[in-house]
Ligand binder design. Sequence first.
Ligand code: ADP
Ligand code: MG
Length: 334
Amino acid sequence: MIKVEHLTKYYGDHLAVDDVSFEISKGHVYGFLGPNGAGKSTTMNIITGCLSATDGRVLIGGHDIFEEPDAAKRLIGYLPEHPPLYMNDSPLEYLRFVGEAKGLRGPELSARVSEVVEKTGIYNVRNRRIATLSKGYKQRVGIAQALLGSPKVIILDEPTVGLDPIQIIEIRDLIRELGKTHTVIFSSHILSEVQAICDQIIMIAKGKLVAFGTPEELQQKLLTPNEIILTTNAKDKDLQDIVSKVDYIADITTRTTDSNFTTAHIKSNHEDIYELSSSIFRAFTHSDKVIYEMSLKKGNLEDVFIELSENADAVVTPIESANDDSIESEVKSE
Ligand code: ADP
Ligand code: MG
């Protein structure tokens, strides 16, 4: 349905979108997730033909957005971050105007406008001035205009930003509803929102694509969801020797607080953290070192999100260097 290939965008020398590629298929609700400044709006503006790209290609239903903009744009309905609503118009006037711009006329125009008014739940306010509507209703009007012209894909840029909690729930319900009849891509910087509505997550940070998949896949596959924190009298080399006998350890960070105590953060991609803690425990019993304290931290998608957002390069280049001499050292088992 949508193919994004090596999309790159510079604003002057600022790289806002960095070689992003992904593919959107029919019938899913995609959450385009990333912290503020990640490049979500830039990417969406390019996909919808509102902004040029520095490099790369976007195909909508096989049509290149730069070479065949009309054919490509017909397949997309877009709610930009700041929709250009005409405040003095009523929703009905505004929607008829947008509908005409999209080539609708006469009875067809009236029928389609009525349809989107119904679908977005703005019937009761259809004749009021847009300026007098709440932010939630203005957002609905914005979504209604995106739906005009029966596009196959609806793209919504941060549709819940600035709404109160009840309006947020209503707009999320509306997005879910739209997902039954359309392919939907909506952006958000709120992980829980994306988890709640979408079945596919596209995650970007610092202009780079850092993850793509279902919420479950991201949680399971990405980085190191589980962490064991232990305090021990084993230091550096001894600690490495002990844990090197344990499988599934992805990363260890150690900190020696004084001569006797070392705190180690052991990250693992093993699904069963209890089995892992048993293995570590057994490894210690075969040495002359002891564990004073041990706690388990089960990872969740929130941790993955924070980690990916903070270090967009983390996925590509995990820390591999070992430095036994320093008090704070990062080591990696084989
Ligand atoms: P997001 O929507 O994820 O918050 P944006 O796509 O708006 O991110 O912005 C990505 C980066 O590009 C940010 O660093 C932002 O400051 C920068 N940026 C966005 N628009 C412009 C612009 N018109 N000119 C220069 N820099 C811009
Ligand atoms: Mg934005």
